[in-house]
Design a protein around this ligand. Sequence first.
Ligand code: CTP
Ligand code: MG
Length: 239
Amino acid sequence: MSMADSSLPAFWAVIPAAGVGSRMRADRPKQYLPIAGKTLLEHTFDCFLGHPRLLGLVVSLSNDDAYWPALLCAADNRIIRADGGAERATSVLNALMVLSEQGAAESDWVLVHDAARPNLHRVDLDRLLRASANDIVGGILAAPARDTLKRIGADGRIHATVDRSVIWQAFTPQMFRLGELQNCLADALAAGVAVTDEASAMEWAGYAPLLIEGRADNLKVTRPDDLEWLQRHWQNDRS
Ligand code: CTP
Ligand code: MG
């Protein structure tokens, strides 16, 4: 471990991977699609499993997942399984529960990262760890909106141009303390709030997480053209 690494906090990783990938319209959940020699999910793990400050990784998997056992990493003893839930937030909450049961402390840092975001770079991960480590709440990777933004009316026409300078796109990882995140997620779900990411549960509870600017190419593979884009992007990067 280098000096730079030892100044970073130790952390757990939680990877929700229990989605079906309906918008991808593939023959299997998108996290198991092959790209550059392995599955998307394995690429997503790489950035975490190669990190010297990782305490362990919890992956939430669907009960009828037939693809997981075939992966080499299924035998990696740093990886713990949790049950997926009906919503991404329940998959995350199940993973946090497993972490608590395994003896993780309430004050431990947890980084939640989408299984479908395989292009996380180490510089971004370290930037998030460094920036959030001394923060009272925690933070998320994000990027300022790039395009001019329009508000649309019911008639399908532009009603206004939105001030772009105050709009950021939320990415993952999202880094919070285990106990606080668990409480906020559980409470927000119980209250029927739409929880699309961890920060939204924290915000609902009154916290104001940090935004840490990350690379714009930390994309979530959602539709078929995202995978094609990533394939080309990696080919260019590695040639
Ligand atoms: N996820 C999960 N449990 C769910 C739903 C989603 O663990 N019940 C995970 C997905 O596997 C993915 C991440 O949350 O890694 C982000 O969700 P999304 O991109 O929406 O993936 P899917 O829900 O699989 O895709 P879609 O919405 O197109 O069906
Ligand atoms: Mg989804």
